[in-house]
Design a protein around this ligand. Structure first.
Ligand SMILES: NC(=O)c1ccc[n+]([C@@H]2O[C@H](COP(=O)([O-])OP(=O)(O)OC[C@H]3O[C@@H](n4cnc5c(N)ncnc54)[C@H](OP(=O)(O)O)[C@@H]3O)[C@@H](O)[C@H]2O)c1
Length: 279
């Protein structure tokens, strides 16, 4: 299954996330692709990701016959406040240069000459968007216009910031990636803005941010009806409301189980129930 952003670029409807996989990253990416994932999320941020090991997996997959164009690669520009001393750019350079250096280093890590999606890991400003956000976004627009990334996006963004970006940017984001709390209506406000603008909404930490939901008797009952687990019910719910879920599993069995969510079907009243289950 694919989702299509407003610029008509398609994206696989389920994504494998590589945060916190450390030295197991290369092996887990290969396992994820063998299990059926075609979209991989990473970041050029050594605190949480091993982008170069994602690249190692891509070389191994290429040898096995899985070519670059069969995969959807997404990586991120992480501002200095999300990095430690191992920044993939010169911190004394201007922000435009930092984005270009980080992007070039991502291409080197991933052994490719383009990425499918390039995401700003988070705005510099907590409220609204400031000059730094504008400069970085303009540098990302430049990368999009050069054809080196097929999409640009933003992560960890509030509804107000997303509205502002859509209004001010020359090229509005095609992708938003946010942590998705059931207690906030599964990020309803941001999802609605995405829907209005044809932006693909990617939800992360769907399981880890919603442990109470996973244990909820209603979710358990739906899982029993479908002959599956609570995780698959949550992922299916995400897919059914038009969200692209990320999973960060390290288990081959869970990879397969999670992908099964694409083949389940929730009843309309079950979708409605889960929409407000923690509000
Ligand atoms: N943009 C950002 O700032 C940001 C921040 C955080 C994450 N992300 C992205 O989102 C990805 C996913 O995040 P996440 O790791 O928090 O997601 P997650 O999928 O909510 O959490 C992963 C946890 O869920 C468990 N799990 C997965 N499938 C399961 C199943 N079928 N049954 C039971 N447990 C299951 C995993 O355990 P097992 O390993 O045992 O399966 C693991 O403990 C990250 O890798 C990263 O790419 C982005």
């Amino acid at each position: 299954m694919t989702l299509i952003a407003y610029n008509t670029v398609p994206m696989p409807s389920f994504m494998y996330g590589t945060a916190w996989k450390e030295n197991a990253t290369a092996q887990l990416v290969q396992l994820a692709v063998a299990s059926g994932f075609r979209a991989i999320d990473t970041a050029n941020q050594l605190i949480h990701y091993r982008e170069a090991l994602v690249g190692e997996a891509l070389l191994a997959l290429d040898k096995q016959g899985v070519k670059r164009d069969a995969l959807f690669l997404q990586t991120k520009f992480t501002p200095v406040n999300g990095q430690d001393h191992r920044t993939p750019y010169d911190v004394s350079a201007d922000l435009t240069t930092q984005v270009r250096q980080s992007f070039d280093s991502s291409l080197t890590h991933l052994h490719t000459d383009y990425v499918d999606s390039y995401v700003l890991h988070g705005p510099y400003s907590r409220l609204g968007l400031g000059e730094s956000d504008r400069e970085v976004w303009a540098a990302m627009e430049e990368l999009y216009q050069s054809g080196k990334t097929k999409m640009i996006g933003i992560s960890n963004v509030t509804a107000a910031q997303l509205i502002q970006l859509c209004e001010e940017a020359s090229i509005k984001p095609m992708v938003v990636q946010n942590r998705c709390y059931a207690a906030l209506g599964w990020d309803r406000e941001v999802r609605e803005i995405c829907q209005t603008h044809g932006i693909i909404y990617q939800g992360f930490s769907l399981l880890t941010a919603n442990r109470d939901v996973m244990a909820d008797p209603d979710i358990r009952a739906i899982a029993t009806r479908l002959g599956t687990g609570a995780a698959q019910v949550v992922f299916r719910f995400a897919i059914q409301i038009g969200m692209l879920p990320l999973t960060g599993t390290t288990s081959e069995q869970h990879m397969k189980n999670d992908l099964q969510a694409e083949h389940l079907a929730l009843l309309p009243e079950e979708v409605q129930l889960i929409e407000t289950i923690a509000e």
